[in-house]
Write a protein that binds this ligand. Structure first.
Ligand code: GLC
Length: 700
């Protein structure tokens, strides 16, 4: 390979938003100066460009077509935060497998997913793309998505190579402001931000994406510690690291690189293999090599990694997609059914006063009110893949589609999501007064969520709360259906609304799924993957916080709390109700004492004490105290979602060994220290059962 052809493999360029390749891509492909594209998609388009690379270039190296298939390709699943709320790793793996099958049929063989950034700040719009605040839930979701996208071998038909992103700690942006500075201790990196990435590596993820953020003084796209020391040397990752969009160029804006040439040198030397969109590797590579600022060996290693993934994908043998297969794969009935099930299993029941839900089938009239009741685009969420709003089932459409005999449905938008006008209130109140039950669909638009969508407030935008209050004043029974991409400080709703369903952005089949839950075809079993604060002023507020030397204490002024809001969350991590009731009991251990390297099994009995079948997510937490470093008040160490019939009891068990009981000591060595471990179980992070394990030194 010439140096130019090598550098060509390290170049990824952007197609159009609609999926077209650009005219310059053809000539670059012909000259072997293009390795990959993003956004180019569709069997016809990708095959056209691929033929140029494979049949007209000197080395006939196939292109690698990438796309952000974050929660679905054409069949759009609930946003990742919603999928995490299902706590159902098998469901999430299946969703990713369907997304991969659709993407691969369209010629896309690389997805820029899973996004595995831990997020503790709901002001950050990209909290919607990840799995929330907890490293274990995040790791299990990362593992499931990598397995779903890649299968046992991503060279198999219908599989794509996945991408763990954004490496690393992008979600720790100060102020929750996207792209902002992050300053994170090595311990917090290793205990909070690394685990989902390590889970992705352990699941065989083929690629990583370096991030935008400055991390402890070194931008993550030029950070040798994370890109080489940890990823390559410690974790033995041998895949591709692609930069995020122009993040190599942005090293100049960060004030790290004096110019583009230095930015290219810094990124390549740190361990970025492929440059997304900016072209500094290609522009400056020859000079950097001739000046000895980049060893040819570094270029060769980056090219080797790119070719390795292309070989593993089978692109040299099967570079083309088929339109016939694409037409047969997209939007299959079983894909839509899976999306409907996923959206329903992601719903979290936040409140259900006096059993307002599920709705009776004998209802005569329902008013569906709110700016999100018929907003198809928002239901696709951010990163909607190739999803089309005209294919989305809105809440209004989902309710109408049930064709319940004798049920009249009135609709009124009421107001805009973030408009200031109350002009639609009268119509909404009239609709409510005509109905025997009201469903209020409020929340955020998809544009308020995702990348470059940080909010300084967590309140319902616009006049939506006033709309709810106007309907509340009619005295009609109602349920609030939230559609949003982040925790919201919905204090008034939590106090006054009879029922609240958190439905997130539920994807192509959201309307059917929410209707299934409202009418009880599906008993909601989701749990919050992220804490809901009472006020944005409490942020960051997360369950696995440290105790401090002055834990908050009512009546004691000089403890860690606020004057103007309770220190507790509005809804805690892991919280969610059901249409039935569950009782957890009899938490016990297979042994009361273990040596530091030992393992113990924790068991807890769960019974459905209500009258409907339902799902419970049993959660196991630990706490360590009196050890060599301070530890969080609680850490999730196991969870399982189970379905129980009325009256049924089952025992759930969790293995606790060094991986669950250890932590990094002051010297950043992973240790299992002797001492007492509090072990707790519950149906949320506000656990109800506890017991103790003693870790005894080996010589005792
Ligand atoms: C964006 C995002 C990243 C995405 C990439 C390509 O800026 O940060 O998540 O994969 O660019 O679209």
């Amino acid at each position: 390979m010439t140096l130019e052809e090598k550098l060509g493999q390290l170049q990824q360029l952007d197609g159009t938003a609609e999926g077209e390749y650009r005219p310059e891509h053809v000539e670059l492909a012909r000259r072997g100066r293009l390795g990959s594209t993003l956004n180019v998609r569709g069997a016809r388009r990708t095959t056209e460009l691929q033929r140029v690379a494979v049949e007209e270039s000197r080395l006939r190296i196939p292109l690698l077509f990438a796309f952000d298939v974050i929660h679905g390709y054409r069949t759009v699943f609930p946003v990742p935060l919603a999928e995490a709320a299902s706590w159902d790793v098998r469901l999430v793996e299946r969703n990713a497998a369907i997304a991969a099958a659709e993407a691969a049929s369209a010629g896309v063989r690389w997805t820029f997913a899973p996004m595995v950034d831990i997020a503790r700040d709901p002001r950050w719009g990209r909290i919607v793309e990840g799995s929330g605040e907890d490293p274990l839930l995040g790791a299990e979701m990362a593992r499931a998505r990598v397995r779903g996208f890649q299968g046992p071998d991503y060279g198999l038909p219908g599989k794509v190579v996945a991408c763990a992103k954004h490496w690393v700690a992008y979600g720790a942006a100060e102020g929750g402001r996207d792209y902002n500075t992050t300053d994170v201790s090595e311990r917090t990196l290793r205990e909070i931000y690394f685990p989902p990435f390590k889970a992705a590596v352990d699941a065989g993820v083929g690629t990583f994406m370096s991030a935008f953020n400055d991390l402890n003084g070194l931008p993550t796209s030029a950070n040798p510690h994370t890109l080489t020391d940890v990823l390559r040397q410690e974790w033995k990752f041998d895949g591709i690291v692609v930069s995020d969009y122009t993040s190599v160029q942005e090293l100049v804006a960060h004030g790290l690189a004096a110019d583009g040439r230095e930015a290219a040198a810094l990124a390549l030397r740190a361990g970025v293999d492929m440059e997304m969109v900016s072209r500094l590797f290609n522009e400056h590579g020859p000079a950097l090599v001739s000046q000895g600022r980049i060893p040819m060996a570094a270029i060769d290693e980056a090219v080797r990694r790119v070719l390795r993934i292309k070989f593993r994908l089978g692109l040299f043998d099967n570079p083309y997609a088929s339109e016939a297969e694409e037409n047969e794969t997209l939007l299959r009935a079983e894909h839509l059914a899976a999306a409907r099930q996923a959206a329903a299993r992601s719903v979290v029941l936040l409140k259900n006063q006096a059993g307002v839900l599920p709705l009776s089938r004998s209802l005569k009239s329902i008013a569906v009110i709110g700016p999100l009741a018929d907003d198809a685009q928002s239901l696709l969420g951010s990163w909607s893949g190739d999803g089309r709003k005209e294919e989305v089932v809105t809440l209004l459409a989902g309710l109408r589609a049930r064709n319940i005999a004798g049920l009249r449905i009135h609709y009124a938008k009421g107001c805009e999501v973030d408009g200031e006008s109350r002009a639609g209130f009268d119509e909404a109140v009239r609709a409510a007064k005509k109905a025997s039950f009201v469903i209020l669909a409020v929340g955020e638009s998809a544009a308020m969520s995702g990348e470059a969508a940080s909010r300084s407030s967590l309140d319902l935008p616009g006049r939506q709360l006033e709309l709810v209050q106007a309907v509340h004043a009619t005295g009609k029974p109602y349920a609030v259906v939230l559609m949003n991409g982040r925790p919201l400080s919905i204090n008034w709703l939590a106090t006054n609304a009879p029922a609240i369903l958190e439905t997130w952005f539920g994807g192509t089949q959201a309307g059917h799924a929410i209707a299934d839950v409202l009418f009880g075809d599906v008993n909601p079993g989701g749990k919050l993957p992220v804490t809901f604060p009472r006020s944005v002023g409490q942020v960051p507020l997360y369950y696995n916080h440290k105790p401090t030397g002055r834990p908050p204490e009512a009546g004691n002024k000089y403890t860690s709390k606020y004057l103007d809001v309770p220190w507790t969350p509005l809804y805690p991590f892991g919280y969610g109700l059901s249409y039935t009731e569950f009782t957890l009991s009899n938490l016990r251990l297979s042994a009361a004492r273990v040596p530091p390297g030992g393992q113990v099994t924790a068991r807890v009995d769960v019974q459905n004490t209500g009258r409907l079948p339902g799902d419970e997510v049993v959660q196991l937490y630990i706490r360590r105290a009196a050890v060599s470093v301070t530890r969080p008040v609680k850490e999730l160490r196991g969870f399982e979602r189970i379905t129980l019939q009325p009256g049924e009891m089952r025992t759930v068990e969790f293995a606790l060994g060094p991986e669950q009981l250890g932590f990094y000591d002051h010297a950043m060595k992973f240790v299992v220290e002797p001492g007492v471990v509090d072990i707790m179980a519950g149906s949320s992070s506000e656990t109800t059962l506890s017991t103790r394990l003693e870790i005894v030194p080996d010589n005792q």
